[in-house]
Design a binder for this molecule. Structure first.
Ligand code: BTN
Length: 273
């Protein structure tokens, strides 16, 4: 599919939608998060604007890492929200995005993608998607939430740097066939619309149950790396704000707010990887 076909299919109007009520396409941009935040600052109501690019020259991952993706093979986009959310709802928004991406992948490919806390999308233990949520204050003090989503769709191993080849995968690698990126993109937006509305009506219980049903972390022995510390324990669950509850060897349960999880030992047989 050439750039224009992708652009036309991806950016077609979505009648009645909040998420994707305006879709802005770049062939190349530095980072869709940065571009979206700049656009959001100029708008009275950025809620639901989506910025999508075929390529990023400065794609950002969590903890200051880079997010690398060749031109025109993967999904790189950012959803802007400017909602009246409570702090608990803001912390759940990344879980909403992970649920939406995982559902869309499962429905379109039949591949059993799972979520590694907080928001990595894994297939067979390898990363196929990531989410970077940023909050920015505007001049008028109202925050913009930028939810950046990267999904490895049609990337092949030769397109990956050596350092990530053993850790990363794509839908094409897992399924064995190429996928229409625009169809997946619009399926993710539709799922986001559904779960965002659940968040807005305050039903965090449904969201947490949904996240738990798709997760591949809970029940396993994991290590969590955060800046310079590493903590090991059994991932017991998540609390009502989506934070990880880790049972340490001492018997104490620690609440983890952020970090990189490595699964050390599976608690039970889990096909989600
Ligand atoms: C992670 O797992 O480290 C998060 C990766 C997030 C990558 C996406 S790609 C689209 C958006 N723009 C960025 O610069 N980053 C996010």
């Amino acid at each position: 599919m050439n750039d224009n076909t992708f652009k036309d299919e991806a950016c077609a109007p979505i009648p009645g939608a909040i998420i994707g009520r305006e879709i802005i396409f770049f062939s190349t941009t530095s980072s869709t998060n940065d571009a979206a935040i700049e656009i959001g600052k100029q708008r009275d109501n950025p809620e639901g604007i989506v910025v999508i690019a075929d390529e990023q020259t400065g794609g950002k991952g969590r903890f200051g890492r880079k997010w690398e993706s060749p031109h025109g093979v993967n999904l790189l986009f950012t959803v802007l929200l400017k909602p009246k959310l409570t702090p608990q709802q803001v912390s759940l928004i990344t879980l909403v995005a992970a649920i939406a991406v995982t559902h869309a992948i499962r429905k379109l490919t039949g591949v059993t993608a799972g979520i590694k806390w907080p928001n990595d999308i894994l297939i067979n233990g390898k990363k196929t998607g990531g989410i970077l949520t940023e909050i920015k204050a505007c001049a008028n003090q109202i925050d913009i939430l930028a939810i950046g989503i990267g999904v490895n769709v049609n990337m092949t191993p030769d397109m990956m740097g050596k350092e990530i080849r053993t850790l990363a995968t794509s839908l094409k690698i897992e399924k064995g066939t190429s996928l229409n990126r625009a169809v997946l993109f619009r399926a993710i937006l539709a799922e986001l619309e559904t779960y965002y509305k659940i968040l807005l009506r305050g039903d965090s219980v449904t969201l947490i149950q949904e996240w738990l049903s798709l997760n591949s972390t809970i029940g396993n022995t994991v290590s969590v790396r955060n800046q310079d510390s590493v903590i090991t324990g059994v991932a017991e669950g998540i609390n009502e704000s989506g934070e990880l509850l880790l049972k340490l060897e001492s018997g104490e349960t620690k609440t983890i707010y952020a970090g990189d999880v490595t699964i050390l030992k599976k608690g039970s047989e889990d096909p989600r990887g």
